[in-house]
Design a protein around this ligand. Sequence first.
Ligand code: ATP
Length: 320
Amino acid sequence: MNAVRGRFAARTVRVKAPGKVNVSLDVGPLRPDGYHSVASVYLAVSLYEEVAATSTPGDGITVGISPDSTLDLDGVDIPLDERNLAYKAAALMADVSEHSTGVHLDITKRVPVAGGMGGGSADAAATLLACDALWNSGLSRDELAQLAGELGADVPFALLGGTAVGLGVGDDLSPALAKAQMDWVLVTAEFGLSTPDVFKTLDRLREAEGLEVDEPTAVDPKILQALRSGDPDALSRVLVNDLQRASIELAPTLRDTLGLGESCGAIAGIVSGSGPTVALLAHNPEAAEGLAEELRHKGLTALPVHGPVPGARIISDTLL
Ligand code: ATP
């Protein structure tokens, strides 16, 4: 515990971590363990979650949502107890840290909840890094990535950021050297989709069609080529998301959103992960701004973003 002349000295470490878009997502058959193998290209985008971790006396963990959050969280279900992914991350770090204190986690939510962009996973990655600093755990990035994998399939990527290929359940990550900026418009929905429900729907659709798929083992190299060369037209031809039709089955309005995006000038559109966020590809930042503006006029919530951006990083460390 930090103590100054017998008094507890609180410290706040603030970390930001990005949401992600799956530029490609191939999904294998349901495995006997209930999971699905995937082959995916992850892209970290400039929509960030922030976690401020403040040390508290004792050893408790508390979670709050910051009023600075830009999402309308009315009626949105974010558990603030041990079910919260940030809570789980802090509990895991406390287990492996010798000198943990209590901690309060104040989360600024910007990534849509249950939106298919890994917002909860970004909170978990940010919390791991914040608590590592707060408790001087001194873990390496590899050790943090190992802990991240225990918290959920998308957590290691939120820690890593950039562009990466994900195999296994998505947590077997290889960074891809693709730094060229791509511009997108994210269209967020007023509802969420449960990731397990979307996977179940895909299994059901495939079964009804008698469609048998192989285990995915690699991503299409054309996707990485397009990302490396920064050629959005080439990328638009290879965007793929096996979950998209399952998300549309559960939320048919997503088809309209994709159609509207393209009619307003997007080069291509894709449901992000399990949805319902839709990612629309634009030629450049100005085109993304213009597209977002036009979609907002039509009543949609549209945010221009770019990627790749770095993974979780500390933005301040203050002794209070
Ligand atoms: P993924 O694609 O990784 O499933 P997602 O972006 O679709 O992620 P999240 O926003 O991460 O979905 O959250 C899904 C559910 O997890 C929420 O409905 C909520 O009940 C629960 N949850 C737990 N911790 C958090 C958190 N820190 N932020 C948001 N939701 C959380």
